[in-house]
Design a protein around this ligand. Sequence first.
Ligand code: ZN
Length: 293
Amino acid sequence: MASSGGSAAVPDAAAAAAPESWAPTACPYCGEPGTGRFCSACGKPMALQSTSRAELREVLGVKLPPVAAILYTAWLAVSSPACLSRRWVEGDRRGLVSPVAMISSVTALTALIGFILSRWTGNRPAGVDDTETAKGVLGVAGFLVGLFPDAFAAAAADPAAFAQHFKSTGQLLVLFWPVLFIIPGFVMLAPWTRVPRHRALVMAAFETVFVMLLAGLHGALQAVESVRGLGLSTLFWLALWAHSAAHVRFGAETSWRYALSRPPLAALIFLPVVYIWVTGVAALALTSWSLTG
Ligand SMILES: [Zn+2]
């Protein structure tokens, strides 16, 4: 009885077999013979897709981490960052998403929420007016006048247009914004060998996830008229200070004194980093302006 049941199972399997993928005997990328899901020589996936649906799913889905892992990592980044960075450094990454993927997810999500909120409420976040922005940028990047005399003069003549162009140039580089926070976080920890460099980088990157969440929340609240001017910025800076200090205290097992001194130091290091960023974006904006204008 059991044997006849077994033989009946074979045609079923054959009928179900419209395989979505197949495995070649040699790596499609480097030619190294082998089996398994990934090539043991170059690490690329061995399986080749054989239906358009599977191909599309691979194109769209291969880089996306599971939503549950993103949410779990975000929760840890907020509630126990020291545990999160320690687990990452020590290699216990089950259910976790890398800091880089987290930063991208948070940036995309908060940008989307901010966009929807500002459309919905009709309030644009209260910003500095364009003329002031242009004056400020051209003021700090004054040394660029020798490099781009014509564009500089044009920008000074039409500051509002230049401010718009400067902002959209900065927006193009949105993926690099987190580096502005990671660098100060890393520099405040690493040169004093109390925190090993690798750990310092992981901590700075996960703390940046929290910064991006906080900045996103702050930006979203700016679109809500009734909470403007409640001293939110001060509150957010204090929250960031306490959060980063606790991260350093428990993530690197330092004293509270050391831990509390790090965030203000990072804020100081943030200033020259932003200065370099602003002048870099200004140079790029002036270059592209002189090319088009
Ligand atoms: Zn290979």
